[in-house]
Ligand binder design. Structure first.
Ligand SMILES: *Cc1c(COP(=O)(O)O)cnc(C)c1O
Length: 426
């Protein structure tokens, strides 16, 4: 066994994951196929929690919404950051305690706020408008709900603009200059109990310095809110820690993040005289590198480029098309073969932008080879669609040689599942 990347290894020139040969998986289950290594999920989670021993980890459910993954993380003691009623429903069903669920969202429906009040989770309130609606709903149910405000700290991380969430112009959160006023209003209102403060500055962040700025800004606000007489119980700083998608790319570890965040958090907490629970909301770091997407080569075409046409496209992995993301690819059935030339791996979707990997050095690629796309566990399946009338593929969980199907492949029936045909068309 030789390591190819992290937990991914090779045996007899085949890529293996969780002790299982990917070529065998493809023979048995076909492609496209998402394959997740359970142990890696647990290891990533533990590495993050160990770096922040006193913090609570709220898994960002949107990164990978598979129910078994939520169960695994519930077993590990995770809370959840949910961004909608569907994620809330699943997180509760997965056994994540309601006290460890933060309901986020910049445009929640009244129904979602009712559900938050009924289930007793915490809500991260994104606007004053939402605060008033939530107060009214909680009062009508004779309950009080614990809230935080989502702060827009106006911090600019060096990441793709589509995943910067804490810029001044971002749709998320309350401008930091207006946050103290928001707590004042919350104190006046019935039905809402402000106990926390929340921010999240972006995703795939490879430099820890914006976290320094963000935590300091948040602690400034904690101090001002304390002067109002509001005793907060928690500070949730979101997450956004990047992972190395490219070979040789350097990414900070949770420990590196802790080395930046904890000294500021502890020093300033002491100076202000607060005792806050720190909350982190990792998504990508927990799931990203746990999963490969296996796909078969349908056709080869030597045109302006050498195109490798595979059976997965942006219907199953939209990150390259949406964020210009890089995913490392290998030929899973010949990981030892010599590099032959540059290939561009494209999907079967009727869009010019359906490119999974540009100009990659690969061994000679032929029809029926298996291309493995690395680091597909976060924002992969969870952002998939049925575009072009393509049923979604299966998801497998592997662990030390064991294989479980954790989502069946969809069928043509699923394409029609909720469609109703008025009788005049029958
Ligand atoms: C998406 C999101 C996260 C997780 O971000 P990652 O980059 O996947 O770690 C955490 N908190 C909030 C509020 C989010 O929207």
């Amino acid at each position: 066994m030789f390591t190819i990347k992290n937990h991914l290894e090779k045996r007899d020139s085949h890529l293996t994951i969780g002790g299982v040969d990917t070529v065998d998986l493809v023979e048995k289950y076909g492609t496209p196929l998402y394959v997740t290594n359970e142990q890696r999920v647990r290891d990533n989670f533990r590495r993050y929690s160990e770096a922040f021993p006193d913090a609570d980890m709220y898994y960002a459910a949107k990164a990978n919404g598979n129910f078994t993954i939520m169960r695994i993380l519930a077993q590990e003691g995770a809370g959840a950051d949910v961004f909608g009623d569907g994620e809330l429903y699943m997180a509760l069903l997965a056994g994540i305690p309601k006290e460890k669920i933060l309901f986020n969202g910049n445009s929640k429906t009244d129904r979602e706020l009712e559900m938050a009040v009924e289930t007793g989770v915490r809500v991260s309130v994104d606007s004053l408008d939402e605060l008033n609606t939530l107060s009214r709903i909680a009062k009508s149910q004779n309950r009080t709900i614990n809230i935080a405000f989502r702060v827009n700290p106006d911090v600019s991380p060096d990441t793709h603009p589509k995943i910067s969430t804490g810029l001044k112009t971002s749709k998320f959160g309350i401008p930091h200059q207006e946050v103290v006023e928001a707590y004042k209003e919350a104190v006046e209102l019935e039905g809402v109990n402000p106990i926390g403060m929340h921010c999240h500055i972006g995703s795939q962040i490879l430099d820890t310095s914006p976290f320094d700025e963000a935590v300091n800004r948040m602690m400034d606000l904690v101090e001002q809110v304390k002067r109002l007489g509001v005793e907060l119980e928690f500070l949730d700083i979101g997450s956004g820690l990047g992972i190395p998608y490219k070979k040789g790319e350097l990414a900070p570890t949770p420990k590196d993040l802790a080395d930046v965040v904890l000294p500021i958090f502890e020093k300033r907490s002491k100076a202000i005289g607060v005792n806050l629970k720190l909350i982190i909301e990792p998504g990508r770091y927990i799931m990203g590198d746990t999963t490969v997407l296996l796909t078969t080569v349908n056709t080869m075409k030597h045109a302006a480029k050498k195109f490798v046409g595979v059976d997965a496209g942006f219907n199953l992995l939209i990150r390259p098309a949406m964020y210009d993301s890089y995913h490392h690819v290998v030929v899973a059935n010949k990981v030892d073969a010599q590099i032959s030339s540059l290939y561009t791996v494209v999907g079967p979707i009727c869009e010019t932008g359906d490119i999974l990997a540009h100009d990659r050095e690969l061994p000679e690629v032929e029809k029926n080879d298996i291309i493995a796309i690395f680091d597909a566990g976060a924002y992969g399946f969870s952002m998939s669609s049925q575009y072009n009338g393509r049923p979604r593929c299966a998801e497998l969980l592997v662990n030390d040689g064991q294989v479980d199907i954790i989502r069946k492949a969809e069928t043509y029936d699923d394409l029609l599942a909720n469609q109703l045909v008025p009788t005049r068309f029958l």
